[in-house]
Ligand binder design. Structure first.
Ligand code: AMP
Length: 600
């Protein structure tokens, strides 16, 4: 059987993937899986594809074609040097480069491909994509929607019907789709988007911000120089990417301009808050599209089972935060967001070729890690606020930094208490370590402390606190933080299990499976009236789930039963605390395990 490669032919970037040992892998060239979707000619008239073409695009726009995907299906031509090309021909050059990449990696010719297109592409645009594939020497065995590909990457064979929301924010386009998967068939229920919104706009906002600052200081507008603009665009994109993991970054470019014969440097610090203020209006637009897609699909947030993030720009922490707030559940970004679509295309290719394809394996952190800080809890100031730094489901290794500030003038030290868990109140999470940073400078309240967490593949957590003003730093290393946490949960759960069912030697008789009391007993009419409708609904669903799970515990093997019981304890605690977010998150976990155990 011929191998079928999967291609994500993107507006900004493209990738090619294949199935290897039953799993999708994206193929790299020189260690880079991404091929910028840019075609150009060098000064000697030789063809450039990818990074080399992108690098020259600002300086030689007449010899470069970018974002050709926007023109697919149109009866137009683009000029490259002194020649005219159709959009299909330019796309064919990109596809041929990906085909060659696959042939080099695999060591044999490749003839067939699955290519992805946006869900909103018309028949004409799909036909143009197919034609481009054929011009590149590929038989296009199927054109599939990008959100469909993302869904296939996450789970090609869900056991039950699932509704997924796919939020795809790339370099130049945004779309949000709602997909329903049932018995291996993915149906797109609704899709909305903005074909001119993406990470490039974030770069533009940051570029304007740094240029405005420079102009105020030196009276020179750097946007007017093509060379300075081109250098800065690259610098701000790097800064933007850094701000996804760091709380502050520096944009430093030497000799960016000249005044009265004196060279001027750019050296500007930008912090995440400043950056988030710049992009917030753009993200608000994406939420409007999300609302439209939800209303087209006639669905409420709680009818969506999973939220998948696709597209490089979804690495922005604010995207995670806004979406999980809006949809009331954690988002899934375990699979590299800019590679997920190509992987899904390869999965589809594998399914067509009759290859057995399993889920992508990624090491993730199963729980959120963060520190205790002063903040608002249920409308009151509290010193037990859990401030998340590394969110659950983040692929490992992971490093993140956040900024905190001292609360009082002349504060000499700060206690850094590191917790793991999902509750906004640290008292319901697990303390994994603590230390104090002492000898802080004598400064008014608001002295900035950077807290950095580095979690490696073996669960070793390094926590560093540093004072920004002086560079004073302290750190602590916590071995196997995640593992210890899991083990502690497990031992506690086994103890609780023995309390309920007795030990193997000394079993306790099991009743008829009806639970005597549930946390929802607390949901008497009087208190229920004070709950918000969504919280009330979450508690009711969780209660039904607990009843179902308790019946399953009795028949499960001891290890699974211990896991389930540990989760039920957490779920009851979340219900007692009226923490809607935690109820939903833990309910999802319980549902997954219940489904799995029911299948056994
Ligand atoms: P895609 O079209 O999916 O390849 O996405 C490309 C966009 O993702 C570009 O605007 C990149 O600058 C952006 N991007 C890539 N990595 C990151 C990151 N770590 N944080 C924020 N944006 C990123």
């Amino acid at each position: 059987m011929d191998m079928i490669i999967g291609i994500d032919l993107g507006t900004t970037n493209s990738e090619v993937a294949v199935i290897r040992d039953g799993r999708p892998v994206v193929l790299e060239e020189d260690g880079d899986p991404i091929l910028p979707s840019v075609v150009g000619l060098d000064p000697q008239g030789r063809l450039l594809v990818g990074k080399a073409a992108r690098n020259q695009s600002m300086l030689a726009p007449e010899r470069t074609v970018r974002s050709i995907k926007r023109k697919m299906g149109e009866e137009v031509t683009v000029t490259l040097g002194d020649k005219m090309f159709t959009p299909q021909e330019i796309s064919a050059i990109i596809l041929r480069t990906l085909k060659q990449r696959a042939e080099t990696a695999l060591g044999h010719p490749v003839k067939k491909a699955v290519i992805t297109v946006p869900a909103f592409f018309t028949e004409g645009q799909r036909e143009a994509t197919r034609a481009a594939g054929e011009l590149a020497g590929l038989e296009v065995v199927r054109i599939i929607n990008e959100p469909t590909a993302a869904v296939l990457t996450y789970d090609p064979h869900p056991a039950e019907m699932e509704r997924l929301l796919v939020y795809d924010l790339g370099g130049g386009t945004f779309d949000v789709s709602i997909a329903q998967v049932e018995q291996g068939v993915v149906e797109i229920l609704a899709s909305h988007g903005d074909t001119h919104l993406g990470g490039d706009d974030f770069d533009q906002r940051l570029l304007d911000f740094v240029c405005d600052r420079f102009q105020t200081k030196h009276g020179i507008d750097l946007r007017e120089s093509a060379v300075a603009r081109s250098r800065l665009l690259r610098a701000v994109e790097d800064a933007k990417k850094a701000l996804s993991f760091e709380a502050v970054t520096t944009i430093a470019e030497e000799f960016i301009a000249e005044k009265n014969g004196v060279p001027l440097n750019m050296n500007l610090e930008v912090n995440r808050y400043e950056y988030e203020e710049l992009i917030e209006p753009l993200l608000a637009k994406t939420l409007l599209c999300l609302d439209k897609a939800m209303s087209d699909a006639k669905l409420q947030a709680d009818e969506i089972h999973k939220v998948l993030l696709v597209g490089g720009a979804t690495r922005t922490p604010m995207v995670h935060q806004l979406l999980s707030e809006r949809l009331g559940r954690p988002v899934h970004a375990e699979i590299e967001p800019d590679l997920a679509v190509a992987m899904g295309a390869a999965v589809q290719g594998g399914l067509i070729a009759g290859v057995d394809v399993g889920p992508v394996l990624v090491d993730i952190t199963p729980h959120t890690l963060g520190i205790e800080a002063l903040g608002e809890l249920d409308g009151y100031m509290s010193r037990h606020c859990f401030s998340a730094i590394i969110e659950r489901n983040t692929p490992l290794p992971a490093s993140r930094t956040e900024i905190y500030t001292t609360a009082v003038d002349g504060q000499e030290g700060a206690l850094i208490r590191v917790f793991q868990g999902e509750d906004e109140d640290t008292r319901y999470n697990t303390l994994v370590g603590e230390f104090t940073i002492e000898g802080l400078a004598d400064l008014p309240a608001g002295n900035q402390i950077l807290v950095r967490l580095d979690l490696d593949l073996s669960g070793i957590l390094k926590v560093t606190a540093s004072e920004r003003a002086t560079g004073l730093a302290r750190h602590v290393t916590i071995d196997n933080a995640t593992e210890r946490f899991r083990q502690r949960q497990r031992t506690d759960a086994i103890d609780r299990l023995e309390e309920v069912f007795g030990t193997a030697e000394n079993p306790i008789e099991i009743g008829n499976g009806e639970s005597s009391s549930t946390p929802a007993d607390a949901l008497d009419d009087q208190s229920a009236e004070r709950l918000s409708p969504t919280l009330r609904q979450a508690i009711e669903s969780a209660t039904t789930l607990i009843l179902k799970a308790e019946k399953i515990v009795a028949g499960a093997n001891p290890e699974d039963a211990a896991d389930l019981l540990a989760m039920l304890v957490d779920l009851r605690t979340a219900i007692d605390n009226r923490s809607e977010k935690a109820i939903r998150t833990i309910s999802d976990e319980v549902t997954d395990l219940v489904f799995y155990l029911e299948d056994q």
